[in-house]
Design a protein around this ligand. Structure first.
Ligand SMILES: O=C(O)CCC(=O)C(=O)O
Length: 308
């Protein structure tokens, strides 16, 4: 999949490469299905004019908006990530922590006990966001400016997961948030909101600067001819630390992972995932969204969620 995707710069070119490889029986059925999903009909639910409207309302139509500094844009391009610093205040954070803790008790405890990572899927569209407490997680203008810088104005939300590394847990193998390696134009962008402070000890996210430019997925990478040990440290990796409320945005082809929480406290984080408007979504938003959440959202929020 990586080879086919990176063999051309346009979808038309990729389709030609795919067809050629299919004729030569060089592609597995699963790969064909996945690539066809990405190279088929555009999958935006709303007309693209809706997200254009939203970007205009947010002052993000022009790439040269001043919501992000040049240094922040350079960091996204060169390193593949940027820490936008604290964008949530302590009042918001404490309410969020209470809400996440209550939700984990309700729906996630058993999974968290098994894996050491408490997870809740689709938080921002669930009843737990009926009052809008979690709206900044997918709508903060600085976050959207970073997403817009990487994907252009035709972007959409495709998922929001709460991710809590319990004491003694949290280590993950190095990975990227896309099925294959992508060179050049990114397809997906992810954000990690630091609901607690991230430190060297408590399971801060590790990233490997510059790996978004390799066009290689870590699971397909070779080290001295052997498959990479995904659980091992990667040369050049850094842990992204920062105060609670900070927002780490990364090109989701960047190699990264959670790390072990060596402290006795929770390391709470909330992810917000975005892709290009026309690409497939990882979440079926119309199916996942709570009716009351949907009803209170305005046109801009609906455009970002790509639902109408
Ligand atoms: O929360 C983190 O530190 C990163 C988590 C992550 O990369 C994942 O769950 O895929």
């Amino acid at each position: 999949m990586t080879e086919i995707w990176n063999a051309a710069d346009s979808d038309a070119g990729r389709r030609r490469v795919l067809e050629d490889r299919i004729k030569r029986a060089e592609v597995e059925q699963r790969a064909i299905r996945l690539l066809e999903m990405f190279l088929g009909e555009p999958l935006n639910r709303l007309p693209l004019t809706e997200i254009e409207f939203a970007m205009d309302q947010l002052g993000l139509t022009d790439e040269n908006n001043d919501v992000l500094s040049d240094a922040e844009k350079e960091s996204l391009d060169r390193d593949g990530y940027v820490n936008l610093g604290p964008l949530l205040n302590e009042g918001q954070l404490q309410k969020m922590r209470d809400r996440y803790d209550a939700a984990i008790v309700e729906e996630g405890t058993s999974a968290a006990e098994k894996t050491g990572i408490g997870r809740i899927m689709d938080t921002v569209v669930k009843p737990m966001n009926r009052d809008g407490l979690l709206d900044p997680i997918f709508m903060h203008t600085r976050l959207l400016a970073a997403v817009r810088h990487l994907l252009g104005v035709h972007l959409k939300y495709i998922g929001s997961n709460y991710h809590c590394a319990m004491p003694g847990y949290g280590h993950q193998g190095i990975h990227a948030d896309f099925v294959w390696g992508v060179k050049r134009e990114p397809q997906v962008v992810n954000a990690v909101w630091l609901i607690d402070e991230f430190t060297e000890e408590n399971g801060a996210t590790r990233v490997v600067p510059g790996t978004h430019r390799l066009g290689i997925h870590p699971s397909g990478d070779l080290v001295n001819g052997a498959p990479r040990d995904l659980n091992a440290p990667v040369e050049g990796e850094v842990k992204v630390t920062g105060p609670a409320g900070s927002c780490l945005v990364y090109n989701a082809h960047l190699w990264h992972s959670g790390t072990q929480n060596f402290t006795k406290k929770l390391r709470r984080a909330q992810h917000a995932f975005f892709s290009r408007s026309t690409r497939p979504s990882s979440t079926d938003v119309p199916a996942a969204i709570d009716k009351q959440v949907f009803e209170r959202l305005g046109r801009v929020a609906r455009a970002i969620l790509d639902i109408g």
